[in-house]
Structures are given as C-alpha cells and as structure tokens.
Write a protein that binds this ligand. Structure first.
Ligand code: SF4
Length: 494
C-alpha cells in the first residue's frame, strides 16, 4: 500500500511542484533545523571528531579495496554460525529470495525493520504481488505506509508530515489493516506513539517471518548490526521464527574494532545523540533463542558498478546517517520526493546515478545537477565523502552520455562548444573573432535595450537557438574594443 517512485519526473520539474507546497517547506525547515542543532551540539563535544572522520573514511576505503575477501570471510563466519547466505546481483534476485523463503514458510505477512536496502529493491511490492503483506514497524515508515505515501528522508521517512497530519493518517487508515487508532486520538507525540505501539504489537506477536536490513556486517564474527531508536527493530529481530536480512555488500566491516568507530560517528551524525538507544547484534542461529532460521541476502544492485568508478566509489563509504540532507539548502526547500528515489538529498544525487549508471533515464541524469555545490554536505559527512567533487564528475559523465553519435545532428550546445574550442585553439582565430565581436559591439551598442548603472548596455532577448539562454540571463553588448586591441593601442597605460 505504499506508493512508488517509478515514473517520477526529472528533478527540476519535481522540485518546482515541491517548492509550491508551503506546508511541506514549513515542516522541512522546522525538522531539519532541529536535527542540525542537535547534531552540532553533540559533535562539538568530541575532541578529535576530525580524526574519527578520517578513521571512518580510511576503514571504509581499505575495506572496499579488498571487498571480495571481506565478503567471503563474512559468508564463512555467518555460515559457521548457522545462517544461510544468498548472493543477489540485482533487485529482482534479492526479492525472489525473500519471497521464496516467505512462501516456503507459508507466511501471509512479514514484519519489517526499517531498511533502506529493502526499500531500494521495492521488496514490499514484490511480496504484495505474491499475496504477502509486509508491515513496516518503524514509526516513521509506518506513517508513510499507512498514508500510502513515499519516504522523503533517510532517517525520518515521514519528515514532510507534521503531527496533525499524522493523527489524521492514523485515524483514517489504521483500522483497515489492523487495530484502529483510538477515537479520541490527539496529536500529542505520546498519544501517537501509543497508538502505533498498540497497532504494531499485534503484528509482532502474530508474524512468523521478519525482514531486516543491517547497518553493518562484521566479517570476522559473522555479526549483523542494526541501530535504531524505538525498539521495534529488536522485536522483529527476536520474536519471529524466521529472519531474513537484506544487506548491501558495502555494509561489511572487517572487525569489531572497526565497528567501534562507526558506532561513535553514526548516532551523533544522524539523530544527534551520543549513542543509539538500541544497538542489536546477531550472528546466525542460537538453539531455543530467537529466530531458528536465519538468512542473509548480500545485495549488489549496482554497487560493483559504483566501485568501478574511481571518483564515485567513495559514495560506498556512506553509513546512511542523513547529516548531508539536513544541511543541504536544496533538500531543505524541496524535500526528498523531488529526488525520485529512496535515497534523496546530496547522497541520493550521487548514489542513484552511481548505482543505476548515467545516460539510462532523464530522471537519474538530472540528479547530479540538484545541488548548488556549496560543500555543506562534505563538511557534515562523518566519513568525509567529497560529494561536490563526485557531483561535478557525474555531471561530466552525463554530458558525455548525451553527446550525439556521429551520424546524428548534434545539439546547439555541442556545436557552440566545438566552435569555442576551435576559436580559442589559435591566437589568429581568436583575434579575428574579437575583431568581429568589436564590430558587432559598435553596431549593437546603439540597439542595446537596457543600460545598467555605470553605463553597461544589455541586449534584450535574442531570437533563435539562443533564446533559451537569454530568457534566464542578461547578455551584455560586446565591448567596442577588445582587451588585446586596447593593449596594442595603449601598451596598458591607457
Ligand atoms: S553521504 Fe555522508 S552525510 Fe550523507 S548520509 Fe552518507 S554518511 Fe551521512
């Protein structure tokens, strides 16, 4: 019952729609400024925060350098502890594994721990297509699911909703899928949380199969780790008889000492807390305690493609803290839906093209441009992902992907760039162009439509292929004398 990002328009048009929603902008401004302030406070408490960031980045880079070895070690450790490991090249393979396990167990419903990986592969739709209901148990994910909505933030998927909207969603939708919300439900946070708790408790006690992701996977011991704030994840991880975890292959860390660094970086960067209220770890099967069948699906789905990108591979360091979203001036105004993906904001602007590849669809190709390149995301990122540099590199890849093949008519922009390269490639050609421009300037100076203070004349809208350019920019009248002509005439003393 959750919507889909499939068919979303490119970022500029989706952003225009989002910007017109004043309620959305107010909700976002309030939520992001609150989280930003909390994060800044707890980060400032840590002496050596920069050293921690450097350590996090170095551990991730070293792990990615030998990813194959660490993954095989993880598989070996998990298997030794009684888990079954599956490898999935793409979303379809991963969904098929989970659906197969649920069907084999005769499950008509599964409970889910909040998981970006399962949202990425749209697991809920795959389960629904087989008649299996997937219940989100994270409060924000529950709000999104009951509202037939889409997530708009990595950490707080319902960040675009305020309390009054959430009360309405609970009152109108809870009853159709389980225990209804109380008649007198108010928009007090405690009352909303109570309604969600009572609604979910029935599902926890009934479900035989649970699905989770993992924030980290420790190769040495075969341990999966989930951090969360509500405790719902722990209910999913311990009560059902079967547990299936879908884990991106970049989540592996070699040892517990490596994990230690990320458990310091993540809570401060995400919820602005010193530590996560719930850190759950599990390794395989323990007879008589917890799930008696444990499966781990190691998901590629474009990660090896991203790994092959020399500039972009640093995006695989991401620990999904969402700090970059909360400081991004673009995200704060448009919200997450405009990015058309479960990964919104600055990390989404690079991760989506890296996972899917550029030149595949216009929506994905528009994302590297969804940034002012201000650099706030890099400053906030706990694993020092240089998002602006990756954005610039991806923009170049998008341009390359859209170059017309030799047999097709090239775009006006490509012709203009080729002409500029030809002109700037020789001093005599540049001189001739300057003389032509000066002549044009003398003639056009009289035709200039506007004069700015200081006497600078501007041309109006020019017709033809240049119209789109001059619709959004001022085109100054070329000077009547070029710099080189002025230098020849005066020797620089005029
Ligand atoms: S890119 Fe960095 S700041 Fe953004 S979600 Fe990932 S780890 Fe957090």
């Amino acid at each position: 019952m959750t919507g889909t990002f499939v068919g979303m328009p490119p970022f500029p048009s989706a952003a225009r729609t989002a910007l017109a929603d004043t309620q959305l902008r107010a909700n976002l401004a309030h939520a992001t400024s609150t989280i930003r302030a909390k994060r800044a406070g707890v980060v400032a408490e840590v002496d050596g925060w920069e050293e921690l960031r450097l350590a996090g980045a170095a551990i991730k880079d070293n792990t990615l350098l030998h990813l194959d070895e660490h993954l095989l070690r993880l598989e070996e450790s998990l298997t030794a502890r009684g888990a079954t490991v599956h490898w999935a090249r793409d979303a379809a393979e991963a969904c098929a594994v989970v659906v197969d396990i649920a069907k084999r167990y005769g499950a008509e419903e599964v409970v889910k721990v909040k998981s970006m990986a399962t949202a990425e592969i749209d697991l809920n739709s795959a389960l629904e297509a087989e008649g299996i209901a997937a219940w989100e148990t994270d409060l924000a994910e529950l709000i999104v699911q009951l509202g037939d909505d889409l997530p708009s933030h990595i950490l707080v998927p319902a960040i675009h909703r305020n309390r009054a909207e959430i009360r309405e969603i609970f009152r109108s939708s809870m009853g159709s899928v389980g225990r209804p919300a109380p008649e007198d439900l108010s928009d007090e946070p405690a009352r909303l949380a109570e309604a969600a708790r009572l609604h979910l408790r029935e599902k926890f006690l009934r479900a035989k199969v649970a699905v989770s992701g993992a924030n980290f996977a420790v190769a040495d011991s075969g341990t999966l780790v989930v951090v969360e704030s509500e405790g719902n994840g722990r209910m999913c991880l311990t009560l059902p008889e079967v547990l299936v975890s879908v884990v991106g292959i970049e989540k592996v860390v070699p040892t517990w000492s490596d994990l230690d660094v990320f458990l310091q970086l993540l809570p401060r960067s995400s919820t602005g807390e010193r530590m996560n209220p719930y850190t759950s770890t599990w390794s395989g099967v323990t007879p008589g305690d917890g799930p008696q069948e444990v499966h781990v699906v190691l998901l590629d789905n474009g990660r090896t493609r991203a790994l092959a990108d020399e500039v972009g591979r640093q995006a695989l360091r991401c620990i999904r803290c969402s700090a970059c979203l909360n400081v991004c001036p673009v995200y704060e105004r448009t919200g997450g839906h405009a990015y058309g993906s479960v990964y919104p904001g600055p990390i989404g602007a690079i991760l989506n093209p890296l996972l899917k590849g550029v030149g595949v669809d216009d929506q994905t190709d528009s994302l590297p441009y969804a940034s002012s390149l201000c650099g706030a995301c890099f400053e906030a990122c706990p694993v020092r992902i240089d998002i602006p540099s990756v954005l610039v590199d991806l923009r170049a890849q998008v341009v390359d992907a859209h170059r017309a093949p030799r047999h097709r008519v090239p775009k006006a922009e490509a012709v203009a760039m080729k002409g500029a390269a030809f002109t700037f490639g020789s001093g005599s050609r540049l001189g001739a162009a300057e003389r032509a421009s000066s002549l044009f300037g003398r003639l056009a100076g009289r035709a200039g439509r506007r004069t700015l203070p200081g006497g600078r004349r501007l041309l109006g809208r020019i017709p033809g292929p240049g119209a789109a350019w001059t619709d959004a920019r001022d085109l100054p009248v070329p000077p009547a004398e070029s710099f080189r002509a002025w230098w020849r005439r005066t020797g620089g003393r005029g």
